[in-house]
Ligand binder design. Structure first.
Ligand code: PLP
Length: 387
C-alpha cells in the first residue's frame, strides 16, 4: 500500500487512517474483542476501555458529561437520528441552512412536515449563514430548532456556529451542528456549546464506519432512542459497540488536535492561498468563497472552460485525486445545493473542482498541483484544436 499522499487532494471526501489509529485499532481488535455488555472480567475490561474512550472524546470536546456522547457509525447516521428526533419530539418550526449536507436535508424532507420547514439562505459571495438572518427568523417564527453545519464540505466556508449557539441558547432554541468537516481541522474545544453535535472518524484519519453524536442534556438523552433492541449506549443506540473503531477514532482526534496551532493553520492557509493565486494568474480560475473564512485545506474553484470531469480524469492520469464536488453527489449529475445557494448556474457548476489537502500536504505539493493544472489546460487546448 502506498503511503505517499502528496498527490491526494480529496481529504474532505475521506482521509487515510493515521498510523496511531491503525495501531490502536489492531491492538484493540486483538486484545479487547469481548462483548462490552457481557459480565465476565475480560468483558468488563472491554467496557472499561469503551468508557475510557468516551471520556477521552469528552475531554477533547470539552464536555463535562461523557454520557452525553453516543458512538455511531458516522455522521450520516447521527444527523439522520437528530433530525428525526427533532421532528418527532418538538413543536414549532425547524430551520436548516441552504448548504447542509444531504444527510441533513434528506431526513429533514422525510421527517419534518412542510409547514414546519424553514431553509435559511447563505450569502451568495461568502457562502456563510448570517447570524442576523437567523436572529430575525427566530423573532418572526415559533422556532424549536436550528441546524447549521460548522464548516461546509464543498467550499470549506466556516459557519458562525459559535454565535448561533449563543443566539439559540438565549432564545431557548435547540442548535444542531454537523461538525464532520470542522473536527480535526480546527480546534474542537468550544463545539460542546452546540446542543446536538455530530462528527465522523474518517474525516480526520480515525477510520471509516465510526462517528459520534453529542446530546444536549439528560432530559433529552432519556428520550433519545435512535436504535432500539439492546441496552448499549444506555439504550440510546442498540447494537454491540465497535471498540476498535471507537478507540482508533478518539486516538486519531486527540493526536490531530495537537497539530492545530494558529501557526499550523496559517501556514497551511498561506500554501492554499498561494496555489489559488498561481491558478488565478495562469488559468484565470475563480475561487468560490474567496472572501470568506475558510478551512485551511479547502479550495473550490471554477475552471476557465471545459467540463470538470475532463480535468479530473486528466489529473487522475497524472496521479492527482481531486473532486467535482461532495463525493455524495459526484458523478450523479445532481446540481449541488451548495453551489445553487451560492448563485452558480448549471453551466458554471459543471466547471467546478473541489480540492482539499491534508495535514501533511506541503507548499511543494500545492505547487505541483498548480503545475499539473496548467499541463492539463495545455492538453485540453491541444485536444480542442485537434477536434
Ligand atoms: N456531514 C458532512 C458535512 C460531510 O462532509 C459528510 C461526509 O461527506 C457527512 C456528514 C457524512 O459523514 P459519514 O461519511 O461519516 O456518514
Amino acid at each position: 500500500m502506498s503511503s505517499d499522499y502528496s498527490k491526494y487532494f480529496d481529504y474532505n471526501a475521506t482521509t487515510p487512517m493515521r498510523e496511531t489509529a491503525l495501531r490502536v485499532w489492531q491492538e484493540m481488535a486483538a486484545k479487547h474483542w469481548q462483548n462490552p455488555s457481557s459480565l465476565y472480567r475480560e468483558a468488563a475490561e472491554t467496557k472499561h476501555q469503551l468508557e475510557y474512550y468516551r471520556e477521552g472524546l469528552a475531554d477533547v470536546l470539552d464536555i463535562d458529561e461523557p454520557d452525553r456522547i453516543v458512538f455511531t457509525s458516522g455522521a450520516t447516521e447521527a444527523n439522520n437520528a437528530v433530525i428525526r428526533f427533532l421532528a418527532e419530539n418538538t413543536e414549532g418550526k425547524i430551520a436548516i441552512s441552504a448548504i447542509e449536507h444531504p444527510c441533513v436535508t434528506a431526513p429533514f424532507d422525510a421527517f419534518v412536515s412542510p409547514e414546519r420547514q424553514i431553509r435559511t439562505p447563505v450569502d451568495a459571495n461568502t457562502g456563510a449563514v448570517s447570524v442576523e438572518d437567523v436572529s430575525r427568523l427566530l423573532s418572526e417564527n415559533e422556532v424549536a430548532a436550528v441546524s447549521v453545519m460548522a464548516a461546509n464540505n464543498e467550499t470549506g466556508v466556516i459557519q458562525p456556529w459559535e454565535e448561533l449557539a449563543e443566539l439559540c441558547t438565549s432564545n431557548g432554541v435547540l442548535l444542531h451542528t454537523d461538525a464532520a468537516q470542522w473536527i480535526g481541522k480546527l480546534p474542537s474545544e468550544n463545539l460542546g456549546k452546540c446542543d446536538f453535535l455530530t462528527g465522523s472518524g474518517h474525516k480526520f484519519g480515525g477510520g471509516k464506519g465510526v462517528g459520534f453524536l453529542v446530546l444536549p442534556d439528560s432530559e433529552i438523552a432519556d428520550k433519545f432512542h435512535m436504535a432500539i433492541g439492546g441496552p448499549q449506549e444506555e439504550g440510546k443506540r442498540a447494537g454491540t459497540e465497535n471498540l476498535p473503531a471507537i478507540a482508533a477514532m478518539v486516538e486519531a482526534l486527540a493526536e490531530v488536535e495537537e497539530h492545530l496551532t494558529e501557526e499550523f493553520c496559517s501556514t497551511h492557509t498561506a500554501n492554499r492561498d498561494h496555489f489559488e493565486s498561481q491558478c488565478e494568474e495562469s488559468l484565470g480560475i475563480d475561487v468560490i468563497g474567496k472572501e470568506a473564512d475558510r478551512l485551511w485545506n479547502t479550495s473550490m474553484i471554477v475552471l476557465p472552460h471545459t467540463k470538470n470531469l475532463k480535468w479530473l480524469t486528466r489529473l487522475s492520469h497524472l496521479g492527482f485525486s481531486v473532486s467535482t464536488g461532495s463525493a455524495c453527489s459526484a458523478g450523479k449529475g445532481n446540481p449541488s445545493e451548495v453551489m445553487q445557494a451560492m448563485g452558480l448556474d448549471f453551466e458554471e457548476m459543471g466547471r467546478v473542482l473541489r480540492i482539499s489537502g491534508g495535514w501533511d500536504t506541503s507548499a511543494g505539493d500545492w505547487k505541483e498541483l498548480a503545475r499539473a493544472l496548467t499541463a492539463v489546460e495545455a492538453d485540453l487546448d491541444a485536444s480542442v484544436s485537434r477536434d
